[in-house]
Design a binder for this molecule. Structure first.
Ligand code: HEM
Length: 493
C-alpha cells in the first residue's frame, strides 16, 4: 500500500498527468518544478575531513562501577543504558571515497546523556600525528589530494612527515596492518588525549579512553583491500546489523592518579606517544552495542555533528593544546556545514535543553517560545545549577616541542608483535616511496634509519627491489567498433 497521496513541498496534491512533461506545458507543471528545484539544491558542504562515513544507533551499558573515578552520570550505575549514535568515517577520503583505502578511521560516539550530549571522538590509531594544532590544516592538505593533479600524492605526504618527524609514528601506524582494518566492526578505537575526570568529591584522575572490539581485530593487506568495493565497510556494518549480528565494543580506560602523572618519566599528555607499560592501570567501564541501522542516511549520518567539546560534568576533558584547539574548531566547521542551529537538528539534539540562544537559520524548534532571551533576568528564564564538588582549579601543562623518535622506534620494535607485521610495514613503506621524488626518498630513508637502523636498511632494500620491478600496465580489453557508419541521410551543404 502506498503511504499516501503525493504532494509538492508545499503540500499541493499531485495529479497523475503532472508526472510527465512531454507534450504538455512543462513550465506550468509545479511537480516538475518542485522536483528539479529541490534536486538542484540538495547538496550541503561535505566535511573537510572524515567525509566518507557510515553510522548506526545503539546503546552504551555500564558493566563496572567506576564511581571512584568519575561522577559522570552516563558512566555510573551498573546496568544503566544510554542511547547512542555512532558515526564511523575515513579521515582523508572524500564523500563517496574508498572505505578500504589506507587511512585513519574514525569512531565517534554521541551519548545522549541526562546531563547533555557527550561526544567521544576516537581514531583507529592510539596516537595522533603531532601535538601542535597549528599543523592540522597542512597535515591534511598533504594527506589529501594534490591541488594540481587532484591525485593522492605520496611525495606531499613524505615531504610533510620528513619536515615534521614527530608525525612519523602515526604515519607508521598507517603504513602497518593498522592502516586498513577489515571493516569498522573489526577495529579498536582510541580517544588518544589524556582526559581529566573527577568524582563526586572533586578528586581528579587522568585517563585514556579505549574501545576494544569484541569482533576481534582484523586487517586487510594492500592487495586484499584493492579487491574490495568502495563501500565495503559500510556494507559490512549495515549487513551485520540487519542480520542482528550486533557489533560490540568494550569501553575501558587507562588510569593514572595525580601522583602517577607527576612521577612518570615521559609526558603523559603527549598525544604522539603511548603511555608506558607499568605506569597505569586499565579499568573496564561498559560496552557499546550497535543494534539499529538509520532509516535515512542523510538525516542521521550526514547531519550528525560530533564535537569533542561536548563534555559532561565529571569529565572536564583533556588539558593539552591540541584538544583546546579542537574545542573551538569543530563548532566552527559545523556552523559552516550545517549552520548555527545544528544542535537543533534531531540527530544532534540533546535530551534536555534550555538556552538563551535565539533565531538563525532553521531548524529553530520552538525557539524557546516566549521565554526571556537575556541573562540574568527577573522573568523566570533558565538558571545555572551549583556543583559544590567541582574541582576549583584546572592545571595548565607545559608541552615540549622537541622531536622524539623513540615512540616510532617503540612501534616498530615492540608494538608490532611479530615478524610478519614488521615485514608488511617494511613492504608498505617501500611501496609508498616508489612514486616519490628521489631526494624525498633519501630524506625518508634517513629519517627511518635515525628511528631504527634496521628499519632504514630493510625499507631501502625493499624500495630498491620495488623500483626495479615496475608495476605492469593494466591488461585492457580491446573493444571492436560498433558497425554504425554515420547518418546516411545527413545532408552535406
Ligand atoms: C588539531 C586537531 C584536530 C582538528 C583541528 C580536527 C578537526 C576536525 C574537523 C574539522 C572535523 C570535521 C567535523 C565535521 O565537519 O563535523 C573532524 C572530524 C573528526 N575528528 Fe578531528 N580534528 C583534530 C584532531 C583529532 C583527533 C586527535 C581525533 C581523535 C582523537 C579526531 C577525531 C575526529 C573524528 C572521529 C571525526 C569525525 C567526527 C564524526 O564522524 O562525527 N580529530 N575533525
Amino acid at each position: 500500500m502506498p503511504i499516501g497521496i503525493l504532494t509538492t513541498d508545499t503540500g499541493k496534491l499531485v495529479e497523475i498527468r503532472e508526472t510527465i512533461t512531454l507534450n504538455s506545458d512543462a513550465f506550468s507543471n509545479s511537480f516538475h518544478e518542485d522536483l528539479q528545484f529541490h534536486f538542484n539544491n540538495e547538496r550541503i558542504p561535505e566535511r573537510v575531513v572524515h567525509a566518507k562515513g557510515g553510522g548506526a544507533f545503539g546503546y552504551f551499558e555500564v558493566t563496572h562501577d567506576v564511581s571512584k573515578f568519575t561522577k559522570a552520570d552516563v558512566l555510573n550505575g551498573v546496568g544503566k543504558k544510554t542511547e547512542v549514535f555512532v558515526r564511523f568515517s575515513s579521515a582523508t577520503e572524500q564523500l563517496g571515497g574508498n572505505d578500504a583505502a589506507r587511512d585513519i578511521k574514525g569512531l565517534s560516539v554521541k551519548f545522549y546523556t541526562k546531563e547533555g550530549n557527550w561526544d567521544l571522538l576516537c581514531l583507529s590509531t592510539p596516537v595522533f600525528f603531532f601535538k601542535d594544532p597549528i599543523h592540522f590544516p597542512s597535515f591534511f592538505h598533504a594527506m589529501k589530494r594534490n591541488p594540481k593533479t587532484n591525485l593522492i600524492d605520496f611525495s606531499m605526504r613524505w615531504d610533510f612527515v620528513t619536515k615534521q618527524p614527530e608525525s612519523l609514528n602515526g604515519f607508521l601506524y598507517l603504513l602497518s596492518d593498522y592502516g586498513i582494518p577489515n571493516g569498522y566492526r573489526k577495529m579498536d578505537a582510541f580517544a588518544i588525549h589524556t582526559f581529566e575526570i573527577n568524582n563526586k568529591h572533586g578528586d581528579k584522575y587522568f585517563v585514556r579512553f579505549n574501545f576494544r572490539t569484541e569482533q576481534g581485530e582484523e586487517a586487510l593487506t594492500s592487495a586484499e583491500a584493492r579487491a574490495q568495493d568502495p563501500d565495503y565497510y559500510n556494507k559490512d556494518l549495515y549487513n551485520a546489523i540487519e542480520k542482528k549480528n550486533y557489533p560490540i565494543w568494550k569501553l575501558e580506560m587507562d588510569v593514572m592518579t595525580l601522583n602517577d602523572i607527576k612521577r612518570v618519566d615521559y609526558d603523559p599528555f603527549d598525544v604522539t606517544r603511548l603511555w608506558k607499560k607499568g605506569t597505569y592501570t586499565t579499568v573496564p567501564i561498559g560496552c557499546l552495542v550497535l543494534n539499529k541501522n538509520p532509516d535515512n542516511f542523510f538525516r542521521t549520518v550526514e547531519l550528525s555533528a560530533g564535537n569533542p567539546g561536548n563534555l559532561v560534568p565529571g569529565i572536564p576533558g583533556p588539558l593539552d593544546n591540541l584538544f583546546r584547539s579542537r574545542r573551538m574548531m569543530y563548532r566552527q566547521t559545523q556552523v559552516h556545514r550545517l549552520k548555527v542551529n545544528h544542535n537543533r537538528i534531531r540527530i544532534n539534539e540533546p535530551l534536555y535543553w534550555k538556552v538563551y540562544n535565539r533565531d538563525g537559520r532553521p531548524p529553530v524548534r520552538e525557539n524557546m517560545k516566549d521565554a526571556p532571551n537575556y541573562y540574568p533576568n527577573s522573568y523566570n528564564g533558565p538558571v545555572p545549577y551549583i556543583d559544590p564538588a567541582r574541582p576549583k582549579e584546572r592545571f595548565t601543562i607545559y608541552e615540549r616541542n622537541a622531536v622524539d623518535l623513540e615512540p616510532a622506534a617503540y612501534f616498530y620494535n615492540h608494538y608490532l608483535c611479530d615478524e610478519g607485521q614488521r615485514q608488511r610495514l617494511v613492504n608498505n613503506t617501500a611501496q609508498s616511496l616508489v612514486p616519490v621524488s628521489p631526494y624525498l626518498q633519501q630524506r625518508a630513508l634517513r629519517l627511518l634509519s635515525l628511528t631504527d637502523p634496521q628499519l632504514g636498511i630493510r625499507v631501502a632494500e625493499c624500495l630498491e627491489e620495488a623500483l626495479e620491478t615496475p608495476t605492469p600496465a593494466p591488461h585492457a580489453i580491446k573493444i571492436p567498433r560498433h558497425p554504425y557508419e554515420g547518418n546516411k541521410h545527413y545532408v552535406h551543404l
